[in-house]
Design a binder for this molecule. Structure first.
Ligand SMILES: Cc1cc2nc3c(=O)[nH]c(=O)nc-3n(C[C@H](O)[C@H](O)[C@H](O)COP(=O)(O)O)c2cc1C
Length: 363
């Protein structure tokens, strides 16, 4: 199972694995795939620098990439406090009332509420790019369309590839025109920010628009080797998987999150603006449902919604209650019923995809 994507990224299997966990990313790259580290959780560029140094030594010389969240539009950024003032009191009251109603305790004494998830801010995402450029990363991906032209140029000057996620197949051509090397057109089924079209529809369209030979890894709803074979049949040159790795040993999920992931069926996700202000697929639970109640306010635009709910997210995550954990995850969560090491997941995916392709070619 060797495709153009393998040559482009210098990998053995055409499987890109996104994860916010450096342990997962290192294990994916070591297993012959391509690990991509989500940087949005890093408020501090020095912390990201230390994690990338760790990855440099733990990937055994195999390539890996980073993913930043760089919105092209949003409120003008001054100091963090300026953005804070744009959050209506009614929204703050609703969050506090909901946490009380759900029985979510406050953070322990002395525990910082943090400054919000600053990685969603353009200026912080830029600091992530700067740090990444000082490490031997092979690819910079942007979650929200093409990064600004100077970032694309800086990456290309250093020989890095640039990837951009797209919510619609129609964005693929403009991404390519902006200099993006790899368009990742996110299917509706995927965890995190998603478009409105299912992967089976987006994939052939992107493959056609990208032009012959352009690598288009398919994200969204992939959790088995048979689905990888199907994605290749539909025109993708590989797959881009995110949710699947949440169920691995290396992810080290807290017990409540692990339980929630193991319990969830494919019907237990929801596409909602509650997490970040943009539509994203999440675990559907008592927290997300509270935002659908008649008295709930509409979620704020990005990045205000992130700032509004960031302390709530810390509290919900620490509450130890599987029915409230705030978590992006795709519909393949329904297949997550055991915790396995990344290497084992990868080997099962590759064996199953290869067997499926052999079976089909014998038809
Ligand atoms: C927990 C989680 C966090 C994610 N965060 C980001 C992110 O910060 N940036 C990004 O480009 N994609 C993010 N994604 C989307 C993944 O990159 C990927 O496109 C998606 O998971 C693929 O679909 P799947 O979840 O069905 O495998 C996230 C996905 C998950 C599950």
């Amino acid at each position: 199972m060797h495709t153009a994507l393998c040559d482009l990224l210098g990998i053995e299997h055409p499987i890109v694995g996104f994860s916010p966990s450096e342990r997962v990313v290192a294990a994916i790259s070591r297993a012959g795939g391509f690990g991509v580290l989500g940087c949005v959780r890093f408020n501090d560029a020095d912390e990201l620098d230390a994690v990338l140094s760790w990855l440099d030594s733990e990937t055994d010389g195999r390539p890996y990439g980073v993913d930043v969240v760089m919105p092209t539009h949003g409120p003008a950024e001054g100091k963090h406090v300026d953005l804070d003032k744009l959050i209506p009191d009614g929204h703050r009251d609703f969050v506090q009332r909901t946490l009380l109603k759900l029985g979510v305790p406050p953070l322990p004494d002395g525990e910082s509420t943090g400054d919000g998830v600053l990685g969603w801010l353009h200026s912080v995402a830029r600091s992530h790019v700067e740090v990444a450029l000082s490490h031997p990363v092979r690819l910079i991906a942007n979650a929200l369309g093409p990064p600004p032209p100077d970032v694309i140029d800086a990456a290309h000057e250093r020989g890095l590839l640039v990837a951009a996620l797209a919510g619609r197949a129609t964005h693929a051509r403009s991404h390519v025109a902006s200099g993006v090397d790899i368009v990742v057109a996110q299917g509706y089924e995927a965890g995190g920010h998603t478009g409105e079209a299912p992967r089976r529809r987006v994939e052939p369209e992107v493959a056609a628009r990208g032009g012959e030979g352009d690598p288009a890894p398919a994200p969204g709803g992939i959790g088995s080797g048979r689905q990888i074979a199907a994605a290749l049949a539909l025109g993708a040159t590989g797959v881009w998987m995110g949710s699947c790795w949440l169920g691995t040993e290396e992810y080290q999920a807290q017990p409540a999150l692990r339980q929630a992931l193991l319990d969830a069926t494919s019907a237990d996700t929801v596409r909602s603006r509650v997490y970040s202000g943009k539509p994203a697929r999440l675990l559907r639970n008592r927290w997300t449902e509270a935002w659908s109640e008649p008295e709930a306010p509409a979620p704020l635009p990005m990045p205000l919604q992130n700032l509004l709910v960031s302390e709530a997210h810390s509290r919900l995550m620490r509450a130890g209650d599987p029915t409230v954990v705030p978590m992006p995850v795709g519909q393949i969560v329904g297949r997550m019923n055991e915790v396995r090491p990344v290497a084992q997941v990868m080997s099962t995916l590759v064996t199953e995809a290869t067997d499926t392709l052999k079976r089909l070619s014998a038809l």
